[in-house]
Design a protein. Structure first.
Length: 62
């Protein structure tokens, strides 16, 4: 049984970036601005990239 990728998954990117950026600023502030920026960018784009890969695989197998 194939499970369709949820259409709302890419919209988690900005929310996840904000949460991870805030947590990185709170707990990993020793790295400063670049650590917070890198963590927010990586975690912000992860749901978007994951959705695209899931959607690509779902259409490929269908």
């Amino acid at each position: 049984m194939k499970v369709r990728p949820p259409h709302w998954l890419p919209w988690l990117g900005p929310l996840l970036a904000a949460v991870v950026g805030a947590l990185a600023g709170e707990f990993w502030l020793g790295g400063g601005f670049w650590t917070v920026l890198a963590a927010a960018l990586i975690c912000g784009f992860a749901p978007i990239i994951g959705y695209r890969i899931w959607k690509w695989r779902w259409h490929r197998k269908g």
